[in-house]
Design a protein around this ligand. Structure first.
Ligand code: HEM
Length: 292
């Protein structure tokens, strides 16, 4: 299977990441922070898919500004009090103490919404609307073409600028922090488990060599590297409190009756750290458990 446009995009960012890391090593830069290079690399991949441009040169600063706003918003949301306000906003947003959290939450959300709206107008306003979605080079363009096509038939229900803005926000937030933090956890685990690092390096040296980069097509030839990635995801337990779901019918789980329409907050760590569940994973992927 040949490389996809997305993979090429990712490889370009990986090259930039490695070049920056090597430069810092060469110049002995002690302030060098791998995590900030990882986050701009991932931000650039996501933004290219969504809006067609990378954060490089002049736009690097733009990335770090928006990233700080996003981190602040996530920290506020992570506070249990903010979660309580979100469950009962109509009443709690007027009460002292909760009121401040509500205000901070909205302010961070508003700045992020403004950033995305600005991106939509600057990136898409001049975009030629006559093309077909296949001609689009990013998600925003494809959405714009479909929105325009429907508008001509008087349909503005599902494809409109508000939907586009909210979709972009969802994808930005869902993709950025998760991927960045998982990657950073992976680096941290490898640093603190040199034996796993050496074993993975040995596999990469043997299978890939040092003449080229590892690509997605190598995946099935790298069982240990895959196992390290899977184990990183299991251990870092990135979203311990998963997104909310609700039951679509009455169910009984372990003898507990849960009525249709009940909100569920899944605790994924119950599975990730359960030896019985992980045993079956070990069974399917022999090298997966206890490698780190
Ligand atoms: C290591 C990286 C990632 C992790 C750990 C992660 C984790 C998760 C989890 C736990 C959920 C909830 C699943 C559920 O119970 O329904 C979820 C949903 C979602 N994620 Fe990710 N995610 C990652 C990367 C991404 C990326 C790169 C994107 C897109 C740019 C993305 C977009 C979404 C979306 C749109 C949903 C909601 C899907 C739905 O509506 O059911 N995620 N993710």
């Amino acid at each position: 299977m040949g490389r996809t446009i997305i993979e090429d995009m990712i490889m370009k960012e990986v090259d930039r990441l490695l070049a920056k890391a090597n430069e810092s090593i060469k110049t002995g830069n002690k302030d060098f922070q791998l995590s900030s290079i990882v986050e701009i690399c991932i931000g650039s991949i996501i933004n290219q898919i969504l809006l067609g441009y990378r954060f490089i040169g002049e736009t690097e600063q733009e990335f770090y500004e928006i990233k700080n706003i996003m981190t602040k918003g996530i920290q506020i949301r992570g506070n249990p009090l903010a979660t309580i306000v979100m469950f009962y906003p109509r009443v709690l947003k007027h009460l002292p103490y909760f009121r401040d959290y509500w205000k901070e939450l909205n302010e961070a959300g508003q700045i992020f919404q403004d950033f995305i709206s600005k991106q939509i107008s600057s990136q898409l306003e001049t975009f030629k609307l006559e093309g077909s979605p296949e001609e689009a080079t990013n998600f925003g363009e494809a959405f714009f073409i479909e929105m325009h096509r429907r508008e001509q038939n008087g349909d503005t229900n599902e494809f409109n600028l508000l939907q586009l803005r909210n979709l972009l926000i969802d994808l930005w937030i869902a993709g950025q922090e998760t991927t960045t933090n998982t990657t950073n956890f992976g680096i941290l685990y490898l640093l603190t488990h040199p034996e796993a690092q050496a074993k993975m390096q040995m596999e990469l040296d043997k299978t890939i060599g040092n003449e080229r980069r590892v690509t997605l097509a190598d995946r099935s030839d790298l069982p240990y590297t895959n196992a390290v990635i899977n184990e990183t995801q299991r251990l870092c337990n990135l979203l311990p409190q998963n997104v909310l779901h609700y039951t679509t019918k009455d169910v009984v789980i372990n003898g507990y009756k849960i009525a249709k329409g009940t909100t569920i907050a899944p605790q994924i760590s119950c599975l990730l750290y359960d030896k019985d569940v992980c045993k079956s994973i070990v069974y399917r992927h022999k090298q997966q458990f206890d490698i780190l």
